[in-house]
Write a protein that binds this ligand. Structure first.
Ligand code: FUB
Length: 334
């Protein structure tokens, strides 16, 4: 996959929105969480570029984690140094928390705060994140830990959990990205990740070590990256970025270890972005599809992306309906 391909070509200015100006004028401080001004519709975060969403439902609150696209326009490359955290109890009104994790927290990493996911286990929060390794050429996956979903997070191992030399079948340096972690009802945790090859491995209960071999799933057609594992009813769903530019497709299984049956497309190419990275949650009885597009005028695009949220519906046979991407987004849920 050519990560430098862009779907847009407009030269542009730096990010300037009225909301950002408003926040700065209101004395936004990095020291404390800040309720964002009401701004219904997609994208949900309008004053910063946000990418690669992951979401965690915890005690009646949704925590939205995202990478921070900081490439100045018109640069067509990823500039990402930190991850961001937002929270909401109604999916529309969002609070911004101080950035809980920066690539610098991983002393062994060079840069590139790429896709990530936070999961909770036993009252601790584990943040799995893709970064560029400082001494093992290629991308790597680190894990940070905190007692709170909003951090601060610290490196849980002092070394990478996954490095590029652990997965040698893919002849690219960026196949160890996009971690998703799922803890099943029996307490077994699974790590899925990959680019061009979808890998998975069991995690030990400490959540910071592999518990067995690295496996590959070979039944996901056109797997590009961005696996996300979720459970709904008695089914496990493995959604992923399909082809390039990316759509989202998915497979289903009765077990997190497969076999996986491909079910087709879930989402189309997301406006003005060549990547398309999803998180899927149920919250207060409703399914949500969280993704990014490049829709913020005038500089939004593949390297200045924005998180959006639309509804996700299931069919009677438990397959998922194709997502309808909207400008209106979702309504507040009580
Ligand atoms: O944001 C950098 C990379 O682009 C992510 O790791 C991929 O999922 C794609 O969105």
């Amino acid at each position: 996959m050519n990560k430098q391909i862009s779907l847009r070509g407009r030269a542009a200015r730096g990010l300037r929105t009225g909301l950002l100006t408003g926040l700065l004028a209101a004395g936004f401080s990095a020291a404390q969480a800040q309720q964002l001004p009401p701004a219904p519709g997609n994208p949900v975060i309008k004053h910063k570029y946000t990418a690669d969403p992951a979401a965690l439902v915890h005690k009646g609150t949704v925590y939205l984690y995202a990478g921070h696209d900081e490439a100045p326009a018109p640069e067509q490359r990823y500039v990402m140094h930190e991850w961001l955290c937002f929270s909401s109890t109604d999916m529309v009104n969002w609070k911004e928390h101080p950035s809980p994790l920066n690539v610098k927290a991983f002393s062994w990493a060079k840069d590139d705060a790429w896709a990530s996911q936070v999961v909770e286990r036993g009252g601790k929060f584990y943040w799995y994140a893709a970064v560029e390794h400082g001494s093992v050429p290629g991308k790597a996956i680190g894990v940070a830990v905190s007692d709170s979903p909003t951090g601060p997070f610290k490196d849980a191992r002092g070394s990478a959990l996954i490095t590029n030399n652990m997965t040698t079948d893919a002849k690219i340096s960026w196949d160890d990205i996009d971690p998703t972690v799922f803890v099943d009802d029996k307490g077994q945790a699974y790590l899925y990740w990959g680019n061009t090859i979808c890998y998975w491995a069991k995690l030990k209960p400490n959540m910071t070590e592999l518990d067995g071999p690295i496996n590959q799933i070979k039944t996901l057609p056109n797997f590009t990256e961005a696996p996300w594992l979720h459970k709904h009813g008695g089914w496990y769903y493995l959604s992923y970025a399909y082809q390039f530019p990316e759509k989202i497709a998915y497979a289903m299984s009765r077990s997190p270890e497969g076999p996986w049956e491909f079910k087709g497309l879930l989402n189309e190419v997301a406006g003005n972005s060549n990547t398309n990275h999803q998180a899927i949650i149920d919250f207060k009885g409703q399914g949500y599809f969280i993704y990014h597009n490049g829709s913020i005028p005038t500089d939004g695009g593949s390297f200045r992306r924005s998180v959006c949220i639309d509804y996700l519906y299931y069919n009677k046979d438990d397959t998922m309906k194709r997502v309808q991407m909207t400008s209106e987004g979702v309504k507040p849920v009580q």
